[in-house]
Design a protein around this ligand. Sequence first.
Ligand SMILES: [Zn+2]
Length: 370
Amino acid sequence: MLGKLSFLNNSIFLSVRCRIALCCLLPDTSLRAQTALRSPHFIVYNNSSVPRLAEQSLARLESLRSAIQALHGESWAAASPLRIWLPKNESQWRNLAIHDSEQGQFSTGPAYQWIIVNPKAANFLEVLSHEYIHAVLNQAFPNLPTWFEEGLCEYYSTLELRTKGNRSSALLGRPPNQRLKELGDLRSIDIIELGSEKLKLNAYARAWAAAYYLWPNYEPGAPLPGKIAINDFPLREITIALPSTQSKFSPLSTIEMAELEIEFRTTTPNAPPLTAAGQAANNAEQIFLDGLRLADQSNPSAAIPLLEKACNLRPSNSTWWQALALTYKEANQLPEASKAIARAIATASSPSETTSALTLQNSLTPSQLP
Ligand SMILES: [Zn+2]
Protein backbone atom coordinates (compact mmCIF):
# COMPACT_ATOMS: atom_id res chain seq x y z
CA MET A 1 0.00 0.00 0.00
CA LEU A 2 2.54 2.51 1.18
CA GLY A 3 4.95 1.88 -1.66
CA LYS A 4 2.33 2.18 -4.39
CA LEU A 5 0.71 5.30 -3.00
CA SER A 6 4.01 7.01 -2.33
CA PHE A 7 5.21 6.16 -5.83
CA LEU A 8 2.10 7.55 -7.50
CA ASN A 9 1.89 10.64 -5.40
CA ASN A 10 5.45 11.90 -5.15
CA SER A 11 4.54 14.53 -7.71
CA ILE A 12 1.39 15.43 -5.78
CA PHE A 13 3.43 16.08 -2.63
CA LEU A 14 5.88 18.22 -4.53
CA SER A 15 3.26 20.35 -6.28
CA VAL A 16 1.26 20.79 -3.09
CA ARG A 17 4.35 21.86 -1.16
CA CYS A 18 5.24 24.40 -3.84
CA ARG A 19 1.78 25.86 -3.67
CA ILE A 20 1.77 26.01 0.12
CA ALA A 21 5.14 27.75 0.09
CA LEU A 22 3.73 30.34 -2.31
CA CYS A 23 0.54 30.87 -0.32
CA CYS A 24 2.45 31.38 2.94
CA LEU A 25 4.11 34.42 1.45
CA LEU A 26 0.77 36.11 0.92
CA PRO A 27 -1.31 38.19 3.33
CA ASP A 28 -4.28 36.70 5.10
CA THR A 29 -7.07 39.25 5.35
CA SER A 30 -10.34 38.71 3.49
CA LEU A 31 -11.80 40.77 0.71
CA ARG A 32 -15.31 40.80 -0.69
CA ALA A 33 -15.37 38.84 -3.89
CA GLN A 34 -18.09 39.78 -6.34
CA THR A 35 -19.07 37.52 -9.20
CA ALA A 36 -17.59 35.06 -11.63
CA LEU A 37 -19.15 34.37 -15.01
CA ARG A 38 -18.23 31.92 -17.73
CA SER A 39 -18.90 31.98 -21.46
CA PRO A 40 -17.93 29.22 -23.90
CA HIS A 41 -14.26 30.31 -24.05
CA PHE A 42 -13.66 32.69 -21.13
CA ILE A 43 -14.10 33.04 -17.37
CA VAL A 44 -14.24 36.48 -15.75
CA TYR A 45 -13.69 36.83 -12.01
CA ASN A 46 -15.03 40.27 -11.19
CA ASN A 47 -13.99 41.88 -7.89
CA SER A 48 -14.99 45.34 -9.04
CA SER A 49 -18.12 47.11 -7.88
CA VAL A 50 -19.51 47.17 -11.43
CA PRO A 51 -21.31 43.84 -11.97
CA ARG A 52 -21.94 44.56 -15.66
CA LEU A 53 -18.20 44.68 -16.33
CA ALA A 54 -18.06 40.86 -16.38
CA GLU A 55 -20.87 40.60 -18.95
CA GLN A 56 -19.42 43.37 -21.08
CA SER A 57 -16.01 41.69 -20.99
CA LEU A 58 -17.37 38.28 -22.00
CA ALA A 59 -19.50 39.77 -24.80
CA ARG A 60 -16.52 41.68 -26.21
CA LEU A 61 -14.11 38.75 -25.93
CA GLU A 62 -16.46 36.22 -27.54
CA SER A 63 -17.21 38.54 -30.48
CA LEU A 64 -13.54 39.50 -30.89
CA ARG A 65 -12.60 35.82 -30.81
CA SER A 66 -15.14 35.01 -33.54
CA ALA A 67 -14.01 37.92 -35.70
CA ILE A 68 -10.30 37.10 -35.39
CA GLN A 69 -10.96 33.44 -36.27
CA ALA A 70 -13.11 34.49 -39.23
CA LEU A 71 -10.26 36.71 -40.43
CA HIS A 72 -7.31 34.37 -39.86
CA GLY A 73 -8.58 30.83 -39.26
CA GLU A 74 -9.25 28.67 -36.23
CA SER A 75 -5.63 28.54 -35.09
CA TRP A 76 -5.91 32.23 -34.18
CA ALA A 77 -7.40 31.61 -30.77
CA ALA A 78 -6.15 31.69 -27.20
CA ALA A 79 -6.00 28.61 -24.97
CA SER A 80 -9.48 28.05 -23.59
CA PRO A 81 -10.93 28.82 -21.12
CA LEU A 82 -8.91 31.99 -20.80
CA ARG A 83 -9.25 33.54 -17.35
CA ILE A 84 -9.78 37.25 -16.72
CA TRP A 85 -9.28 38.83 -13.30
CA LEU A 86 -10.80 42.24 -12.65
CA PRO A 87 -9.34 43.82 -9.51
CA LYS A 88 -11.58 45.54 -6.99
CA ASN A 89 -10.42 49.07 -7.77
CA GLU A 90 -7.56 51.20 -9.04
CA SER A 91 -5.42 50.71 -5.94
CA GLN A 92 -5.76 46.91 -6.05
CA TRP A 93 -4.76 47.09 -9.71
CA ARG A 94 -1.69 49.19 -8.80
CA ASN A 95 -0.56 46.36 -6.49
CA LEU A 96 -0.57 44.01 -9.47
CA ALA A 97 0.74 46.36 -12.18
CA ILE A 98 4.43 46.28 -13.03
CA HIS A 99 4.67 49.80 -14.50
CA ASP A 100 2.86 53.02 -13.56
CA SER A 101 1.35 53.49 -17.00
CA GLU A 102 0.25 49.85 -17.37
CA GLN A 103 -3.50 49.19 -17.66
CA GLY A 104 -3.58 45.46 -18.42
CA GLN A 105 -1.49 42.29 -18.29
CA PHE A 106 -1.39 38.90 -19.95
CA SER A 107 0.38 36.12 -18.07
CA THR A 108 0.80 32.39 -18.46
CA GLY A 109 0.60 30.14 -15.39
CA PRO A 110 1.36 26.45 -14.86
CA ALA A 111 -2.02 25.32 -16.20
CA TYR A 112 -3.96 28.37 -17.36
CA GLN A 113 -3.49 31.81 -18.84
CA TRP A 114 -4.72 34.99 -17.18
CA ILE A 115 -5.58 38.49 -18.29
CA ILE A 116 -5.76 41.21 -15.64
CA VAL A 117 -7.25 44.60 -16.50
CA ASN A 118 -7.56 47.77 -14.47
CA PRO A 119 -11.35 48.08 -14.00
CA LYS A 120 -10.95 51.86 -14.06
CA ALA A 121 -8.98 51.95 -17.32
CA ALA A 122 -10.29 54.79 -19.49
CA ASN A 123 -10.59 52.51 -22.54
CA PHE A 124 -11.39 49.34 -20.63
CA LEU A 125 -12.62 47.22 -23.58
CA GLU A 126 -9.69 48.28 -25.76
CA VAL A 127 -7.23 47.29 -23.04
CA LEU A 128 -9.04 43.97 -22.57
CA SER A 129 -8.95 43.37 -26.34
CA HIS A 130 -5.25 44.30 -26.51
CA GLU A 131 -4.44 41.70 -23.83
CA TYR A 132 -6.57 39.08 -25.58
CA ILE A 133 -4.55 39.53 -28.78
CA HIS A 134 -1.39 38.85 -26.73
CA ALA A 135 -2.99 35.53 -25.70
CA VAL A 136 -3.84 34.75 -29.35
CA LEU A 137 -0.38 35.64 -30.67
CA ASN A 138 1.18 33.61 -27.88
CA GLN A 139 -0.45 30.56 -29.49
CA ALA A 140 -0.68 31.44 -33.16
CA PHE A 141 2.27 33.67 -33.95
CA PRO A 142 4.98 33.33 -31.29
CA ASN A 143 8.46 34.87 -31.52
CA LEU A 144 7.35 38.12 -33.11
CA PRO A 145 9.55 41.12 -32.26
CA THR A 146 8.07 42.81 -29.17
CA TRP A 147 7.23 46.05 -30.99
CA PHE A 148 5.40 44.12 -33.72
CA GLU A 149 3.40 42.08 -31.20
CA GLU A 150 2.43 45.25 -29.32
CA GLY A 151 1.56 46.95 -32.61
CA LEU A 152 -0.74 44.08 -33.61
CA CYS A 153 -2.38 44.09 -30.17
CA GLU A 154 -3.07 47.78 -30.65
CA TYR A 155 -4.27 47.24 -34.21
CA TYR A 156 -6.87 44.62 -33.26
CA SER A 157 -7.86 46.25 -29.96
CA THR A 158 -10.17 48.64 -31.79
CA LEU A 159 -11.76 46.06 -34.10
CA GLU A 160 -15.45 46.79 -34.56
CA LEU A 161 -18.05 44.41 -35.89
CA ARG A 162 -20.77 45.56 -38.26
CA THR A 163 -23.75 43.45 -39.20
CA LYS A 164 -26.32 44.34 -41.85
CA GLY A 165 -28.82 41.59 -42.53
CA ASN A 166 -26.80 38.45 -43.27
CA ARG A 167 -23.61 40.37 -43.95
CA SER A 168 -20.99 40.92 -41.26
CA SER A 169 -17.79 42.87 -41.53
CA ALA A 170 -14.82 43.74 -39.35
CA LEU A 171 -13.79 47.36 -39.26
CA LEU A 172 -10.06 47.71 -38.63
CA GLY A 173 -7.56 50.54 -38.42
CA ARG A 174 -9.16 52.95 -35.96
CA PRO A 175 -6.28 54.37 -33.88
CA PRO A 176 -6.55 53.32 -30.25
CA ASN A 177 -6.61 55.94 -27.53
CA GLN A 178 -4.39 58.96 -28.34
CA ARG A 179 -2.17 57.17 -30.85
CA LEU A 180 -2.78 59.50 -33.80
CA LYS A 181 -2.04 62.56 -31.68
CA GLU A 182 1.12 60.92 -30.33
CA LEU A 183 2.36 60.31 -33.89
CA GLY A 184 2.09 64.02 -34.67
CA ASP A 185 3.45 64.75 -38.14
CA LEU A 186 5.78 61.74 -38.25
CA ARG A 187 5.92 60.40 -41.79
CA SER A 188 8.13 57.33 -41.38
CA ILE A 189 8.83 54.73 -38.74
CA ASP A 190 12.40 53.64 -38.07
CA ILE A 191 11.93 49.89 -37.52
CA ILE A 192 15.55 49.29 -36.51
CA GLU A 193 15.27 51.96 -33.82
CA LEU A 194 11.89 50.61 -32.69
CA GLY A 195 13.35 47.12 -32.40
CA SER A 196 16.35 48.23 -30.37
CA GLU A 197 14.68 50.54 -27.82
CA LYS A 198 12.96 49.49 -24.61
CA LEU A 199 9.31 49.75 -25.52
CA LYS A 200 7.89 52.60 -23.47
CA LEU A 201 4.42 54.08 -23.74
CA ASN A 202 5.38 56.64 -26.39
CA ALA A 203 6.60 53.84 -28.69
CA TYR A 204 3.16 52.23 -28.87
CA ALA A 205 1.91 54.78 -31.40
CA ARG A 206 4.81 53.99 -33.74
CA ALA A 207 4.34 50.24 -33.17
CA TRP A 208 0.64 50.58 -34.03
CA ALA A 209 1.39 52.65 -37.16
CA ALA A 210 4.08 50.21 -38.34
CA ALA A 211 1.77 47.24 -37.77
CA TYR A 212 -0.99 49.01 -39.71
CA TYR A 213 1.29 49.41 -42.73
CA LEU A 214 2.89 45.95 -42.53
CA TRP A 215 -0.24 43.99 -41.76
CA PRO A 216 -1.81 41.74 -42.98
CA ASN A 217 0.58 41.17 -45.90
CA TYR A 218 3.62 40.39 -43.74
CA GLU A 219 4.68 36.73 -43.96
CA PRO A 220 5.97 35.17 -40.71
CA GLY A 221 9.76 35.08 -40.69
CA ALA A 222 10.12 37.42 -43.71
CA PRO A 223 12.76 40.17 -43.38
CA LEU A 224 11.42 43.46 -42.07
CA PRO A 225 12.19 46.78 -43.77
CA GLY A 226 14.48 49.23 -41.97
CA LYS A 227 11.98 52.07 -42.39
CA ILE A 228 8.29 52.30 -43.20
CA ALA A 229 6.69 55.36 -44.76
CA ILE A 230 3.36 56.24 -43.16
CA ASN A 231 0.63 58.55 -44.28
CA ASP A 232 -3.09 58.27 -43.61
CA PHE A 233 -4.84 55.49 -41.76
CA PRO A 234 -8.10 54.86 -43.60
CA LEU A 235 -10.45 52.35 -42.01
CA ARG A 236 -10.43 48.87 -43.52
CA GLU A 237 -13.73 47.08 -43.79
CA ILE A 238 -13.41 43.34 -44.36
CA THR A 239 -16.42 41.08 -44.95
CA ILE A 240 -16.34 38.04 -42.69
CA ALA A 241 -18.50 34.99 -42.06
CA LEU A 242 -19.59 35.08 -38.44
CA PRO A 243 -21.42 32.31 -36.56
CA SER A 244 -24.94 33.46 -35.75
CA THR A 245 -25.07 31.84 -32.31
CA GLN A 246 -25.29 34.07 -29.26
CA SER A 247 -22.91 33.15 -26.41
CA LYS A 248 -24.53 32.20 -23.12
CA PHE A 249 -23.06 33.29 -19.79
CA SER A 250 -23.45 31.35 -16.54
CA PRO A 251 -22.29 32.06 -12.98
CA LEU A 252 -19.63 29.93 -11.30
CA SER A 253 -20.49 28.09 -8.11
CA THR A 254 -18.96 29.20 -4.80
CA ILE A 255 -16.54 26.27 -4.89
CA GLU A 256 -15.48 27.02 -8.47
CA MET A 257 -14.88 30.66 -7.54
CA ALA A 258 -12.81 29.61 -4.52
CA GLU A 259 -10.65 27.37 -6.71
CA LEU A 260 -10.22 30.19 -9.20
CA GLU A 261 -9.01 32.48 -6.42
CA ILE A 262 -6.41 29.94 -5.35
CA GLU A 263 -5.28 29.39 -8.92
CA PHE A 264 -4.92 33.16 -9.39
CA ARG A 265 -2.84 33.45 -6.23
CA THR A 266 -0.60 30.61 -7.43
CA THR A 267 0.24 32.52 -10.61
CA THR A 268 0.18 36.10 -9.28
CA PRO A 269 2.66 37.06 -6.54
CA ASN A 270 0.81 40.21 -5.38
CA ALA A 271 -2.69 38.73 -5.59
CA PRO A 272 -5.22 40.09 -3.10
CA PRO A 273 -6.05 38.04 0.03
CA LEU A 274 -8.46 35.14 -0.22
CA THR A 275 -12.16 35.43 0.59
CA ALA A 276 -13.55 33.18 3.33
CA ALA A 277 -14.60 30.61 0.70
CA GLY A 278 -11.17 30.80 -0.89
CA GLN A 279 -9.53 30.34 2.51
CA ALA A 280 -11.65 27.21 3.17
CA ALA A 281 -10.63 25.75 -0.17
CA ASN A 282 -7.03 26.67 0.57
CA ASN A 283 -7.21 24.74 3.87
CA ALA A 284 -8.08 21.68 1.79
CA GLU A 285 -4.39 21.32 0.98
CA GLN A 286 -3.53 20.59 4.61
CA ILE A 287 -6.51 18.21 4.91
CA PHE A 288 -5.34 16.42 1.78
CA LEU A 289 -1.78 16.09 3.11
CA ASP A 290 -3.08 14.70 6.42
CA GLY A 291 -5.18 12.17 4.50
CA LEU A 292 -2.27 11.22 2.29
CA ARG A 293 -0.02 10.69 5.32
CA LEU A 294 -2.59 8.32 6.86
CA ALA A 295 -2.91 6.47 3.57
CA ASP A 296 0.85 6.08 3.42
CA GLN A 297 0.72 4.70 6.98
CA SER A 298 -1.57 1.92 5.67
CA ASN A 299 -4.59 3.39 7.41
CA PRO A 300 -7.04 3.85 4.51
CA SER A 301 -10.18 3.91 6.68
CA ALA A 302 -8.86 7.00 8.51
CA ALA A 303 -7.44 8.52 5.33
CA ILE A 304 -10.58 8.26 3.20
CA PRO A 305 -12.78 10.82 5.05
CA LEU A 306 -9.98 13.39 4.89
CA LEU A 307 -9.25 12.78 1.23
CA GLU A 308 -12.98 12.91 0.42
CA LYS A 309 -13.30 16.22 2.25
CA ALA A 310 -10.28 17.68 0.44
CA CYS A 311 -11.57 16.53 -2.96
CA ASN A 312 -14.99 18.03 -2.32
CA LEU A 313 -13.45 21.35 -1.33
CA ARG A 314 -11.18 21.40 -4.40
CA PRO A 315 -13.03 19.21 -6.93
CA SER A 316 -11.04 20.23 -9.99
CA ASN A 317 -7.78 18.66 -8.79
CA SER A 318 -7.23 15.48 -10.79
CA THR A 319 -4.23 14.26 -8.81
CA TRP A 320 -6.26 14.43 -5.56
CA TRP A 321 -9.03 12.30 -7.07
CA GLN A 322 -6.35 9.80 -8.10
CA ALA A 323 -5.00 9.63 -4.55
CA LEU A 324 -8.54 9.09 -3.22
CA ALA A 325 -9.21 6.41 -5.86
CA LEU A 326 -6.04 4.55 -4.95
CA THR A 327 -6.94 4.68 -1.25
CA TYR A 328 -10.46 3.38 -2.00
CA LYS A 329 -8.83 0.58 -3.97
CA GLU A 330 -6.57 -0.32 -1.05
CA ALA A 331 -9.66 -0.38 1.21
CA ASN A 332 -11.36 -2.65 -1.35
CA GLN A 333 -14.06 -0.02 -2.01
CA LEU A 334 -13.94 -0.63 -5.74
CA PRO A 335 -17.16 1.10 -6.92
CA GLU A 336 -16.05 4.25 -5.08
CA ALA A 337 -12.56 3.88 -6.59
CA SER A 338 -14.07 3.70 -10.05
CA LYS A 339 -16.15 6.86 -9.48
CA ALA A 340 -13.11 8.75 -8.15
CA ILE A 341 -11.09 7.71 -11.21
CA ALA A 342 -13.88 9.03 -13.44
CA ARG A 343 -13.56 12.39 -11.65
CA ALA A 344 -9.75 12.26 -12.05
CA ILE A 345 -10.13 11.72 -15.80
CA ALA A 346 -12.77 14.45 -16.12
CA THR A 347 -10.63 17.02 -14.29
CA ALA A 348 -7.24 16.17 -15.80
CA SER A 349 -5.62 19.38 -17.03
CA SER A 350 -2.58 17.90 -18.76
CA PRO A 351 -1.75 14.81 -20.86
CA SER A 352 0.33 13.38 -17.98
CA GLU A 353 -2.63 13.68 -15.56
CA THR A 354 -4.89 11.95 -18.08
CA THR A 355 -2.35 9.17 -18.64
CA SER A 356 -1.88 8.46 -14.93
CA ALA A 357 -5.66 8.49 -14.32
CA LEU A 358 -6.19 6.05 -17.21
CA THR A 359 -3.39 3.82 -15.93
CA LEU A 360 -5.13 3.70 -12.58
CA GLN A 361 -8.43 2.90 -14.30
CA ASN A 362 -6.81 0.03 -16.18
CA SER A 363 -5.46 -1.34 -12.91
CA LEU A 364 -9.03 -2.12 -11.86
CA THR A 365 -9.96 -5.43 -13.49
CA PRO A 366 -13.31 -5.54 -15.37
CA SER A 367 -14.79 -7.72 -12.63
CA GLN A 368 -13.89 -5.03 -10.09
CA LEU A 369 -15.84 -2.31 -11.89
CA PRO A 370 -19.40 -1.59 -10.83
ZN1 LIG B 1 0.73 44.76 -24.75
